[in-house]
Design a protein around this ligand. Structure first.
Ligand code: NAG
Ligand code: NAG
Ligand code: NAG
Ligand code: NAG
Ligand code: NAG
Ligand code: NAG
Ligand code: NAG
Ligand code: NAG
Ligand code: ZN
Length: 584
């Protein structure tokens, strides 16, 4: 009743007397009551849409963008009906296929769709939530390591059986030529544990050669498709496997020449995917560096930061990087650590922020929320850290992971309350927020954006396929959101960039479309932490969006132009196949 009165319409009422007379008649298609019902229905649907987070963006679409949106809608519908909808045959020759099926099953099929070609080319803005060691596919990283002079490998046990392969701890290191060994094969029973072997030797002697070696490392660092779809394994089991994937990556990105090539490769892949700004979660204990021609980690903790600063500039100077705006680091500590260890790490972080004010963006805590310390338990550290930053006149905003759970009212879910009270500028995942009406209002009020990682959430057992993801609910409630990829190299995407997450979203959700996807991409820039800002300036720039001359406004203006060009490309490329509705 309340909604209807907002609309200024009365509910349709049918009197009992006329109902008795109507027994002999037929339903009247053109009755005024039917017309009135249909009109009210339209109004109610339109009212609903005004609450959407992308409402304003949709209202301001140019005619070209509107036309592109219509074309993409037609492409999507055509492919749902003619490409994805396939019935399984009883003989098992053909598997059932449907739009929105689990990502690991859909992945090999996505590349052949027209919608994929569209999504690939889209300007995606910023990548706001990704973990450094899981951003670039491991084949690419291994290729760099194998080709780098002096790189060696050791394992803590011979990897001659499948079980030993899975259990072994791997260590990549650089050797100046000071250590030599007769050992040639890590997958032989008589390999002496922890003996360094030149990587080329180990790879060439490995059963199956380079392909076998790469498969061995990939088996240890990625969740394979057949495991990804086993939702009966539950959240804890998959997290055990997922957490184990990070082990071998520790020493992969440590030797300076490898690290430098790694960044170039990563930034190039991101730029090719239409991403021009990235905020990387890293730092903490992982920022170690062994210099070119050296063997030991440089005790100077600034070394890792210098290299990244240089490589960002190097990439921006290349042809591929000419639109690349740069990268910043969100310092991330493992949330399972003791108060003493977190405090120690925070002190190191404060020093890095003073030395690298531009590169150092903010602070976060990571790893499985369920098992780590909740934010409420970390409150003393977080309050202390805030006091230190204020005393030192440093701007280190929080960007907390929170609510990455199916729970409701337990400590993982409750992290959302702490995150908002600690004035987080964005929330990583925020999967459970849609169940909390007051928190939703609070997030909207505080202008907090949720970094949504659809494929990560699916593989880590929060939604069994994209169709069950709460992103449409978040958008409908007006919560600011952007799409991120979290750990694409580990969780089965096997490419850097956002295209698969973007594809999954537009393909799955009826009410997103190109316009909705565009709004999410633009949001990623509106909520990028391009430079240190007071809370007041941060909020003001988000509110102003493309208006004005701030750094953020300029970047959004540039994206708006790319978006128009992209929409025009869609119209030019596909317009004739999908004629405008009025000309049909
Ligand atoms: C309803 O109205 C339309 C146009 O106003 C007319 O073409 C149609 O024949 C009408 N249908 C009936 C069942 O009266
Ligand atoms: C995708 O397209 C390629 C080349 O046209 C074709 O060989 C392949 O079978 C297609 N794959 C699927 C799953 O349709
Ligand atoms: C592998 O690890 C499991 C669990 O820790 C242990 O039971 C098993 O003996 C190990 N196998 C090998 C070959 O090291
Ligand atoms: C890896 O191997 C190198 C060379 O043997 C050694 O210095 C380093 O401590 C090892 N690192 C780990 C994490 O085991
Ligand atoms: C990788 O894992 C698969 C599945 O467990 C296994 O069949 C394969 O032999 C493994 N490959 C290597 C090189 O370890
Ligand atoms: C490795 O070689 C460089 C010079 O090429 C030298 O400065 C460094 O001390 C050496 N490191 C070790 C551990 O031998
Ligand atoms: C704090 O830093 C800002 C710039 O980041 C500067 O304008 C201001 O003067 C500094 N205040 C103090 C007390 O150092
Ligand atoms: C919260 O609830 C979810 C869903 O039952 C569960 O997976 C998770 O382990 C719980 N977290 C804690 C800290 O109990
Ligand atoms: Zn994350």
């Amino acid at each position: 009743m309340r909604l209807l009165s907002i609309l200024g319409v009365a509910a349709v009422s049918i009197s009992g007397a006329s109902a008795a007379l109507a027994v002999e008649g037929e339903p009247d298609v053109n009755s005024t009551l039917v017309q009135e019902h249909l009109k009210n229905r339209e109004k109610l649907i339109a009212l609903e849409k005004t609450h959407r987070q992308d409402h304003i963006f949709r209202q301001s679409l140019s005619p070209t963008a509107k036309r592109a949106d219509e074309i993409v809608q037609a492409i999507r519908q055509y492919e749902i009906d003619n490409y994805w909808r396939v019935a399984a045959t009883p003989d098992g020759q053909v598997d059932e296929r449907f739009a929105g099926e689990p990502f690991p099953l859909a992945r090999p099929l996505i590349g052949n769709t027209t919608l994929w070609s569209v999504v690939k080319r889209m300007p995606k803005g910023a990548l706001l939530h990704a973990h450094l060691s899981a951003m670039l596919p491991y084949e690419k990283l291994l290729e760099i390591i194998i080709q780098t002079e002096g790189m060696e490998i050791s394992v803590d046990q011979p990897v001659d059986t499948q079980e030993a392969k899975m259990n072994a701890t791997i260590n990549f290191s650089h050797n100046n030529g000071t250590v030599t060994t007769d050992e040639k094969k890590i997958d032989s029973a008589d390999y002496t544990p922890n003996t360094q072997i030149p990587i080329k030797t180990a790879v060439d002697s490995f059963d199956g050669g380079e392909a076998g070696f790469i498969e061995f490392i990939k088996n240890k660092t990625t969740i394979p498709p057949e495991v990804s779809i086993r939702h009966e394994l539950g959240v804890d089991e998959i997290w055990r496997r997922f957490q184990a994937c990070f082990g071998p990556t520790d020493t992969m990105i440590q030797y300076e020449p490898v690290v430098r090539k790694f960044y170039q490769r990563l930034f190039e892949d991101l730029a090719n995917d239409g991403i021009n700004w990235v905020e990387i979660r890293s730092g903490g204990s992982s920022g170690k560096l062994v210099h070119d021609g050296d063997e030991e980690i440089d005790p100077d903790l600034d070394a890792w930061w210098y290299v990244l600063v240089e490589e960002i500039e190097n990439f921006k100077a290349t042809e591929a990087g000419k639109k690349f705006l740069g990268a910043r680091i969100i310092w991330s500590d493992a949330r399972g650590k003791s108060r003493a260890k977190i405090t120690k790490s925070m002190k190191i972080a404060l020093q890095r922020k003073q030395n690298f004010p531009e590169l150092f963006s903010g602070y976060d805590l990571l790893a499985q929320e369920d098992l780590g310390r909740p934010l409420s338990d970390l409150a003393p550290e977080l309050v202390w850290f805030r006091e230190q930053t204020e005393a030192l006149n440093l701007t280190i905003p929080y960007f907390f992971h929170a609510g990455e759970t199916l729970g409701d009212g337990n400590s993982t879910d409750d992290n959302l309350f702490d995150a908002l009270l600690f004035n987080t500028r964005r929330i990583g995942h925020g999967f459970s927020i849609y169940k909390h009406p007051n928190l939703i209002n609070q997030a909207i009020e505080q202008n907090v954006l949720i970094e949504v990682c659809p494929i990560s959430n699916e593989v880590l057992r929060l939604n069994e396929d994209i169709l069950h993801h709460p992103l449409p609910a978040m958008i409908a409630h007006g919560i600011p959101t952007a799409i991120s990829n979290d750990d694409p190299a580990m969780l089965g995407q096997d490419v850097a960039g956002l295209s698969y997450d973007f594809y999954e979203a537009i393909q799955a959700f009826d009410n997103l479309g190109l316009a909705g996807l565009g709004s999410l991409a633009q949001n990623s820039l509106r909520w990028s932490n391009f430079e240190d800002q007071s809370d007041k300036d941060w909020i003001q720039d988000i509110d102003r969006g493309a208006d004005g001359t701030s750094t953020k406004a300029k970047h959004i203006q540039a994206w708006n132009q790319d978006w128009e060009d992209f929409c025009k490309w869609i119209v030019d490329e596909y317009g004739s196949q999908y004629p405008a509705e009025e000309t049909l």
